[in-house]
Ligand binder design. Structure first.
Ligand code: SF4
Length: 291
């Protein structure tokens, strides 16, 4: 008798596209598993989700989830997501992408969507380098870390993504490593349930490139590193949560505040400002016709 192997999240995965492209030991799979579990627990029907990714290893997620999804151009998942949300406010729009895509090429989109408090959730898998294109330095690469473009060590200060998101206006900001699968899933669930620009950072191993170049060992060694060096500090000022090459990693829920969303303002404008503006225009037109 033929045995068919199944997995508990098969119904949310495009199993016909498996095997996936990710290297053995890569943390992206854990982040995806947490995300799909969070979707299931959210109680929101899968048909109401739209998942948008950019380019890169994490950008492949859009192609593997059995949800309406959009694999967009490099650095642009956020503008695509904002467009989807504005076109159909009932959708739960999630951007799932990597640090290079979201914060380098897409950096401006990230800060401005957070500033506007557009009602989307952004999940960023941060592995401190551009994995797919050969392990180049990214805006998240810690000082002194080696990458294929910084063989003598990186001499630039990296972005602290939690601080960047909070400073730009995100209403929810959390960070976990892929070792903290349960907390990561819970954070994703919280972010999905909240209105406004919500941000979840998943620190993830890239054993093939970043870990190897920095002698951080195997994926399992990275997990041990996360266990020994993670410090849970809920409510910490994200400014104090910089990440160094071999230092502690502050994790937790840093921000959880309320603020009107872009759509709230838009609806307010439509209800008040625009009819008023239309009345002015009508008046001007009448005056013009009488001249
Ligand atoms: S290159 Fe790095 S980030 Fe990309 S799949 Fe391999 S381990 Fe993961």
């Amino acid at each position: 008798m033929e045995m068919k192997e199944t997995h508990p999240i098969d119904d949310l995965i495009r199993t016909d596209r498996i095997p996936h492209i990710w290297c053995s030991g890569c943390g992206i799979g854990i982040a995806v598993h947490c995300f799909l579990n969070a979707i299931r627990k959210s109680g929101i029907p899968p048909k109401n989700f739209a998942v948008v990714s950019g380019i890169g290893c994490s950008g492949r997620v859009a192609g593997y989830v059995k949800l309406d999804s959009f694999h967009t151009t490099h650095g642009r998942p956020i503008p695509f997501a904002v467009g989807l949300k504005l076109a159909n406010d009932r959708l739960k729009v999630v951007v799932f992408s990597g640090d290079g895509d979201l914060i380098a090429i897409g950096g401006n989109h990230f800060i401005h969507a957070a500033r506007r408090n557009v009602d989307i959730t952004v999940i960023c898998v941060n592995n401190f380098n551009y994995g797919m294109t050969g392990g180049q330095a990214a805006p998240t690469t810690p000082v002194r870390a080696r990458t294929s473009t910084t063989p003598y060590g990186n001499f630039e200060f990296p972005f602290n993504l939690a601080y960047l998101a909070a400073g730009s206006g995100a209403v929810y900001v959390s960070r976990w490593t892929t070792l903290h699968a349960k907390q990561l899933e819970d954070s994703m669930l919280e972010a999905l349930g909240k209105k406004g620009f919500t941000f979840v950072e998943a620190i993830s191993p890239c054993p093939t490139l970043y870990n190897r170049m920095n002698k951080l060992g195997t994926a399992l060694d990275f997990m041990k590193f996360c266990k020994e060096h993670s410090v849970i500090r809920h409510g910490a000022d994200p400014k104090t949560a910089n990440i160094d090459l071999r230092g502690d990693i502050v994790v937790g829920r840093f921000v959880n505040v309320e603020r009107p969303t872009f759509t709230d303002f838009l609806e307010e404008g439509l209800a008040q400002g625009l009819p008023h503006r239309k009345a002015l225009l009508d008046e001007e037109r009448k005056e013009f016709e009488h001249e």
